[in-house]
Ligand binder design. Structure first.
Ligand code: BES
Ligand code: MN
Ligand code: ZN
Length: 484
């Protein structure tokens, strides 16, 4: 696989094939109609003087400085072309091109992630195990050009892709399989795969003892018991404050008594994608053995309208002591996260980042392109935005001014669980902020980014890339991540 910007605008590797073939490469490229457009691919067979039997030429845009979007488009197209060509082995030289403001490390890692992502299929629930998505067995990246950056990019990219894959698998599983206790088992298995990870699962009796009345109130309408999953990754001395991830783990959200309309309700099996992304981040960080401490918390429950379900108007007491008037049982994410946030303070964290498919309003505000970011700490917000930018998993900062919290005033309890229709993503975040006073905190609303609807329905694995990038950046001192 070599890059080109036009039949005569060749990348270094394409240039060497051009020289070895006495100009045959550009001639054949020209007659195939290749103009260098990003994502255009041409397979050339038996080029004279070239040892590879087949050469896949990949358009990266006409300019020699390639935009990030064009580079991604090109690598995705290249992987598709490899698939249709039925290739078993390939060597990737695409990362030779100069991507605007990005390093070789970045380009190689993008290629690795895209390659591994492109072969992902979810077929665990299909009875006819179809033939594999790809015949590709080996994809190699020549490291001689940059013996520092390329191996680091391969290692990081493969670990991130592994985390993304775990998050997608968990997200795609149906609600009847992926229950709270299933997630707990997955967390135990994750710990079994990595020596540095330990999993603790707290059951309803323990949650009761801890005073997590808010989390438990969501579970009341379901026969599946709720739990709080805790995974601890130890990569640094105990004295180093951990980063805590808190992932929303609603394995199915019917809305409860405030039941949702039937259309697309199946997609509420994805309501545990926040938890899945925390699992994915732990998987990646543990595979890399990053020198840091990381804790993932996942409050896990179903939200169903059973006979003992919480009703609109019910008042529950959270672990923090604050009482909450549940005006809408469909605003359940914040009810489980608030107790997990209170619990998180016991770890004296460096920062707490919660990840949740929290509001339909966030989907309206930002669509599928960016996760909504809310924070009580401008520096943490900047770090997360930068990480998302670098990792191609963007977030966008939303306001969290005190004015928004006024919508949550209750006549009967300390706070109501919903505001009005206006600024729904912000009032949800403002609710969470009341429970995150004691530490640096950020909230990622991934309702629009964690899965796709329609024909391509499925979990995206977002925001695993953003999270792992934030964690990689935190280790920069002890681990040499080549800068952009
Ligand atoms: N899980 C949903 C949020 C959601 C809805 C994500 C649609 C993706 C698509 C969440 O639990 C929810 O139901 N939120 C309500 C809040 C409302 C009752 C204040 C919503 O967004 O409608
Ligand atoms: Mn809901
Ligand atoms: Zn929900």
């Amino acid at each position: 696989m070599v890059a080109a910007h036009g039949p005569r605008r060749l990348s270094p590797s394409a240039q060497s094939i051009e020289a070895a073939s006495n100009g045959v490469l550009s001639q054949w490229l020209g007659s195939s109609g290749f103009r260098g457009d990003a994502g255009r691919t041409v397979v050339l067979n038996d080029i004279p003087g070239c040892r590879a039997r087949r050469v896949l030429v990949v358009g990266c845009g006409k300019s020699r400085t390639v935009s990030e979007a064009d580079y991604r488009r090109a690598t995705r197209a290249a992987m598709n072309a490899l698939g249709s060509a039925g290739a078993r082995r390939a060597c990737c030289y695409l990362d030779e091109v100069a991507v605007a403001n990005r390093s070789r490390y970045w380009a190689t890692r993008q290629s690795v992630e895209t390659a591994l992502e492109s072969v992902y299929r979810f077929e665990r629930c299909k009875s006819d195990a179809k033939r594999p998505a790809t015949r590709l067995k080996v994809l190699s990246f020549p490291a001689d050009e940059d013996p520092e950056a390329v191996p680091a990019a391969l290692e990081d990219g493969a670990a991130i892709a592994q985390g993304v894959r775990l998050a997608k698998d968990l997200g795609n599983l149906p609600g009847n399989i992926c229950t709270p206790s299933f997630l707990a088992d997955e967390a135990r298995q994750l710990a079994a795969r990595h020596d540095a990870v330990e999993t603790t699962v707290r059951d309803e009796a323990e949650l009761e003892r801890l005073g997590m009345g808010s989390l438990l109130s969501v579970a009341r309408g379901s026969r599946e018991p709720a739990c709080l999953i805790e995974m601890q990754y130890r990569g640094a001395p105990r004295s180093q404050a951990p980063t805590v991830l808190v992932g929303k783990g609603v394995t199915f959200d019917s809305g409860g008594i405030s039941i949702k309309p039937a259309g697309a309700m199946d997609e509420m099996k994805f309501d545990m994608c926040g938890a899945a992304s925390a699992f994915g981040a732990v998987e990646a960080v543990a595979s890399l053995g990053l020198p840091m401490n990381l804790i993932a918390l996942a409050p896990a429950t179903e939200n169903l309208p059973g006979g003992s379900a919480t009703k609109p108007g019910d008042i529950v007491t959270s672990m923090s002591g604050q009482t909450i008037e549940v005006l809408n049982t469909d605003a359940e994410g914040r009810l489980i996260l608030c107790d997990a946030l209170t619990f998180a303070s016991r770890f004296k964290p460096e920062a707490v980042i919660d990840i949740a498919t929290l509001t339909g309003a966030c989907v309206i505000a930002l669509g599928a392109h960016a996760s909504g970011l809310f924070s009580n700490d401008p520096e943490l917000a900047q770090d997360l935005l930068g990480a998302g930018e670098f990792a191609g998993d963007r977030a966008w900062a939303m306001p969290l001014w005190p004015e928004y919290a006024e919508a949550l005033e209750s006549n009967f309890a300390d706070v109501a669980n919903v505001g009005g229709r206006e600024a729904g993503a912000v009032t949800a975040a403002a609710f969470l902020a009341r429970f995150a006073g004691a530490f640096r905190w950020a909230h990622l609303d991934v309702a629009g980014t964690a899965w796709r609807s329609g024909k391509q329905k499925g979990a995206t694995g977002r925001p695993v890339r953003l999270l792992v990038q934030y964690l990689l950046d935190r280790c920069e001192d002890s681990r040499s991540k080549p800068a952009a």
